[in-house]
Design a protein around this ligand. Sequence first.
Ligand SMILES: [Zn+2]
Length: 78
Amino acid sequence: MTISICCPHCDSRAIARTSKALTSTMREIRYACVDPECGHTYVATLEIVRTLSPSAKPNPSVILPIVKVTQRQSATHA
Ligand SMILES: [Zn+2]
């Protein structure tokens, strides 16, 4: 699965050109709109915000809130 965010100006698809890690839980991604008449390039961030199931190999420097998934939530994500 590729995570993308549409161009905020023309709502066209955008392609991720580069990304770099800012922290162990956040990346900065540079996008380019595919519409040549628009030509917008922009930066977005992708951040890990919470844990649904804990890691069996935890990194002590990674601190994320643990959120239990209710049956209703897990059914919508199945
Ligand atoms: Zn655009």
